[in-house]
Design a protein around this ligand. Structure first.
Ligand SMILES: *Cc1c(COP(=O)(O)O)cnc(C)c1O
Length: 418
């Protein structure tokens, strides 16, 4: 856990540099973020502080330890040490408007941490109908058991959304673009409506990160990410984060401490190392995704390409006006309704691995059937021809897009034979 002004020494340094920090460009901030002298010492990266016990000089200091529950203060391993503080601090610096960031052992844990920090029994939660599946299950499972009532909403129907609020509506859970179907919603408008109704807005910002969509600057109260994806970037760690302004940061932190959430310093060091190249990786994988998506669009086997950064794709105009960047994750829908043909395509791929998660340096492909998931908004939309529903989600890595296209071409040939 780390706040901008967390520790007394850091606070003084921060006051002097705050203005210039804000003016720095993103690439520069990615290099410098979280690298405070008191955490790095004379080396470039903060060392891995493996520790459960933190030692006190005497019993007097021990007695005052628990009372001084501040960021950047040694206490006990569950509140982290300099390696975790450096990562949290770096993420806070990258999220304009954040007072602090809480780290969680996975993205799902971060979503749970944010929802549990905001909701009480009897509250109503509005969840976007295209939410990540574990978010749905959390709402209809754990949160229901705790007395929270969830209503799903169509994220593209702003008027319908405004009509969903009642006096018990406490929070709104957004995700943009939506998982699998990649629909882009007007998140600033939805957050503004939530605020007018006194509800707290939370966004799962894993796809865009703060680089592509500065969520708090866009009026959202809490920005959640699965760091497993772009921040980790190498398919070798699981972690999550939630960043917020002062009020919600306090609540997130308290709830995370009560739940005993902590991340390992080894994983925090890996995430920090990877964070330095996140901007470059996102640029390269976005360009790769657009190249592959553009090619897919020309194929007769493809009914619809769902890639917001691709000109002409659904949601592109909104993406263009509200996002500052994208990533390598997108979907497409096959013209065929034959699931075994789709399986033949995916199984024939050589460069694309078959597996969950995404955002690594290597490309992945998985099938999905979005028609069966939603409860409030039919998918595919009625305006699409043919009613095709067999989807494939691709996570484009750092390979040469021409090789990925050749691989997909092989896949289509195998599908043809099947
Ligand atoms: C993967 C993912 C998560 C969960 O992340 P984990 O770190 O795997 O728990 C949450 N939201 C979205 C949109 C994801 O794709």
């Amino acid at each position: 856990m780390g706040r901008r002004s967390g520790n007394p020494q850091g606070r003084r340094a921060r006051a002097l540099t705050d203005k210039t920090d804000r003016e720095k460009r993103t690439a520069t901030r990615l290099v410098e973020a979280g690298r405070r002298k008191e955490w790095t010492g004379p080396v470039v990266n903060p060392p891995v502080w493996r520790a459960s016990t933190h030692l006190y000089p005497d019993t007097k200091a021990l007695r005052s330890g628990p009372a001084r529950n501040e960021d950047g203060r040694f206490f006990y391993g569950r509140r982290g040490g300099p390696t975790q503080w450096a990562l949290a601090d770096a993420l806070t610096e990258l999220e304009a408007g954040a007072a602090g960031t809480v780290l969680y052992p996975s993205g799902v844990a971060a979503i749970a941490g944010a929802l549990l920090a905001v909701l009480d029994p009897g509250d109503v939660l509005l969840v976007t109908d295209n939410a990540y599946d574990p978010t749905r299950s959390m709402a209809t499972g754990l949160l229901k058991r705790l007395g929270v009532e969830t209503r799903f909403f169509d994220p593209l129907d702003i008027d319908g959304f405004a009509g969903r609020f009642c006096d018990r509506t406490k929070a709104v859970m957004l995700e943009n673009p939506g998982s699998l179907t990649m629909d882009v919603c007007d998140a600033p408008a939805l957050a503004e409506i939530a605020r007018r109704h006194g509800a707290t807005s939370i966004i799962d910002n894993t796809w865009a990160t703060a680089l592509g969509f500065p969520a708090l600057e866009n009026g959202i109260d809490i920005s959640v990410m699965s760091l497993t994806k772009h921040v980790g970037g190498h398919s070798d760690l699981l972690m999550g984060s939630a960043s917020a302004g002062e009020r919600w940061y306090r609540e997130l932190r308290r709830t995370a401490q009560e739940l005993g959430q902590v991340v390992s310093p080894d994983d925090a060091a890996l995430a920090l190392r990877s964070l330095r190249t996140m901007g470059l990786r996102l640029k390269a994988s976005t360009a790769g995704a657009v190249a592959v998506a553009d090619w897919l669009q020309s194929r007769p086997e493809v009914a619809q390409v769902l890639c917001p950064p691709l000109p002409g794709a659904p949601g592109h105009d909104l993406w263009q006006s509200q996002f500052k960047g994208g990533c390598g994750l997108f979907s497409f829908v096959l013209a065929t309704q034959d699931a075994s043909a789709r399986a033949a395509l995916i199984d024939a791929l050589d460069l694309f691995g078959i597996g969950f998660s995404w955002g690594g340096f290597e490309s992945l492909a998985i099938p999905f059937d979005a028609g069966t998931m939603r409860t409030d908004s039919p998918w595919p939309p009625e305006s699409w021809p043919g009613g095709a529903t067999l989807g494939i989600r691709l996570s484009i890595g750092l390979e040469d897009p021409e090789d990925l296209i050749a691989d997909l071409e092989r896949g289509f040939a195998a599908m043809e034979r099947a």
